[in-house]
Design a protein around this ligand. Sequence first.
Ligand code: HEC
Ligand code: HEC
Ligand code: HEC
Length: 142
Amino acid sequence: MSNGLKDAALIAFAAALLVVGVVTAPDAPAAAPPQIDPLSKECIGCHDGASGPDIKVNLRNNPSGHGSHVHSFDGEHPIGMIYQSYVDMKPGYKPISAQERNMIMVNGAVGCLTCHDPLNPAKGHLIKSDKNSALCLTCHDK
Ligand code: HEC
Ligand code: HEC
Ligand code: HEC
């Protein structure tokens, strides 16, 4: 992308971090309707197909729902889940270790920043390499 856009993206990101602060405590109710957190909103605002590659938003939060099959991944992972409630209520989800310090969740909810670190220049701007599904296996047990 152009350097201007890249800078704009980083500035928007930094501004968003300042506005909401980074809250990792899962203090939202377990089965509240999912919401798009303010940081993810920043990303989606640009990733609308006009200013950045389009991303479809798949909002969920239903830790007591059935099934946790991980069939495939096409780059559109659901967001909005209060992660700790999945760990508590559903098989297949691992507690996140304290070492995953750059895995950001706003009020406990999975969002774009849970997997992406825009400041990491590597391909995909992931918070860590997904070699051998390492990123996925931070949460999913298979
Ligand atoms: C100011 C607009 C803007 C904002 C805000 C923005 N992006 Fe982007 N992003 C872009 C554009 C444009 C591209 C295409 C870059 C390219 O093809 O080199 C891109 C590319 C990406 C890519 C693909 C990079 C690759 O290596 O293929 C990822 C992942 C990404 N953005 C994630 C995010 C996330 C997560 C956020 C929120 C923290 C975000 N973006 C916020 C404009 C933006
Ligand atoms: C559970 C982890 C996860 C979450 C949550 C997530 N992504 Fe991604 N995303 C990935 C992975 C993994 C890739 C593939 C990266 C690669 O290797 O290039 C990817 C790829 C992308 C790409 C580049 C490919 C494409 O489809 O254009 C963009 C842009 C992107 N993500 C934006 C977002 C945005 C915006 C959000 C929030 C709405 C988001 N992602 C949420 C893991 C995630
Ligand atoms: C932060 C923890 C976390 C990470 C990291 C993560 N996931 Fe997930 N994933 C979840 C949760 C929670 C759900 C359950 C969403 C729901 O209620 O359906 C889920 C659901 C899914 C689903 C089911 C989607 C559907 O349409 O039903 C797939 C497939 C998936 N993840 C694949 C992946 C892959 C591949 C990766 C690595 C790139 C990954 N996940 C990384 C937490 C995570």
